[in-house]
Design a protein around this ligand. Structure first.
Ligand SMILES: *Cc1c(COP(=O)(O)O)cnc(C)c1O
Length: 388
């Protein structure tokens, strides 16, 4: 069977093929960048029109009492099952960067007397900048350590470890169970960045005892450009955590307008200021696509798409340098090290295959199982061959 016959058969047999119709994706494109910006679910535009035209225009200020004020916890509650969290531990708002700042400072405050933060050596840059900034304020030092060496590096000096669940360049999936257990064995807390795993693969925060987690919603959750991020605080810390951006939205009684801060109950305390309602309700609408699909089904297709992409590369471009693990210790992306990758990606985009380029030499292809077809993956490999 040729690769194109195989792609056609895999698409025909794909149990998630029906979901593609729920997205507004240009049929001319093979969009393989859902790990940077997810495609819009069709439900989003009419929902936003309703939020603006009815809730904002007609109900005006009254809408804050008709669901807006509670939206951060309510939408967080919809994300919770995707990250293995029982209700009441996830809130939506602000960016991943801001939430990481909150989580990391809260974590180190729970471990007084320990002066070191261990950071995933391959982290997405913002986590490093935020860790350095937080450490400067709290008097900690940040030590960057490859994830494989974290378990050996963590000690009684370590307050917290900060790890990306999936490496944003290679797509490698890190072992949340092992890293969390190693941190805990030395009395440190584990802070996870789930940007490339939420919506791509099952995450088991509660089961593995993770302490804090953050993640963005505009990648595999398709919330839209700049849609607000989420913050998870494990139930064991909900009483005691003390976050550094305590603002009025997290107050126990915000409309009392008290001069003194008193944190609200539970995850409410993680909030800072007025929620970004338009973006948050766009995300809320985008989450409807999960109503009739499980993260396990999405994971199965994500791995199958990746396996098929690797097979296409092996047949069409046997010299390709694949950075992503071939075994299933990866997220939903395939990354290649490629000469002159920036120019090559520009050429692919000209030909309707949209992936992305990460300096100095990486081509990244994101696989979004809710709308990516096997045909798209084959086309990426085929076009890549014509360009080389
Ligand atoms: C995309 C991404 C971010 C983005 O952070 P923002 O504050 O939302 O811009 C952070 N961390 C990781 C690992 C990412 O992949």
């Amino acid at each position: 069977m040729s690769l194109s016959e195989l792609a056609a058969e895999l698409d025909a047999r794909d149990p998630l093929a029906r979901k593609r119709a729920e997205f507004d994706v240009d049929p001319e494109l093979s969009y393989l960048d859902g790990n940077s910006l997810g495609a819009p679910p069709r439900a989003v535009a009419p929902r936003l029109a309703e939020v603006v035209g009815r809730a904002w225009a007609r109900r005006l200020i009254r809408s804050w009492d008709e669901g807006w004020w509670e939206a951060p916890e309510r939408v967080g509650g919809r994300i919770a099952p995707l990250v293995g969290a029982a209700p009441g531990q996830v809130v939506v708002g602000d960016s991943t960067s801001v939430n990481l700042f909150k989580a990391l400072v809260a974590a180190v405050r729970l471990r007084p007397g320990r002066h070191e933060i261990l950071l995933d050596g391959g982290t997405f840059p913002t986590d490093g900048y935020i860790a350095d900034g937080a450490a400067g304020l709290t008097g900690h030092t940040v030590r960057r350590v490859p994830v494989d060496e974290l378990a050996a590096a963590v000690s009684e000096r370590t307050a917290a470890v900060v790890v990306n669940h999936v490496d944003f360049v290679s797509g490698r999936l890190h072992d949340m169970a092992a890293v969390t257990a190693a941190a805990h064995a030395s009395g440190a807390l584990a802070v996870w960045d789930l940007c490339h795993s939420v919506g791509a693969l099952p995450v088991r925060l509660d089961e593995l005892g993770a302490d804090f987690a953050v993640g963005c919603t505009y990648k595999f959750l398709n919330g839209g450009p700049g849609s607000p991020a989420f913050l998870y605080v494990a139930s064991k810390w909900l009483e005691s955590f003390d976050q550094p951006l305590a603002g009025w939205a997290g107050h126990r009684d915000p409309f009392a307008m008290s001069a003194d801060y008193a944190g609200g109950r539970g995850i409410r305390k993680a909030r800072t200021g007025t929620p970004d309602i338009l973006s948050m309700l766009a995300l809320d609408a985008a989450l409807d696509v999960w109503d009739d699909v499980t993260i396990d089904e999405v994971r199965a297709k994500g791995l199958a798409l990746g396996d098929f992409f690797l097979r296409c590369l092996d047949e069409l471009l046997p010299d390709a340098r694949v950075l992503t693990p071939r075994e299933h210790r990866r997220g939903n992306q395939i990354a290649l090290s490629w000469p002159d990758a920036g120019t090559v990606m520009a050429g692919l985009i000209d030909r309707g295959v949209i992936g992305d380029f990460r300096p100095p030499d990486t081509l990244r292809f994101g696989l979004a199982p809710l709308y990516t077809r096997y045909h798209d993956v084959l086309r990426a490999a085929t076009e890549l061959r014509t360009l080389t």
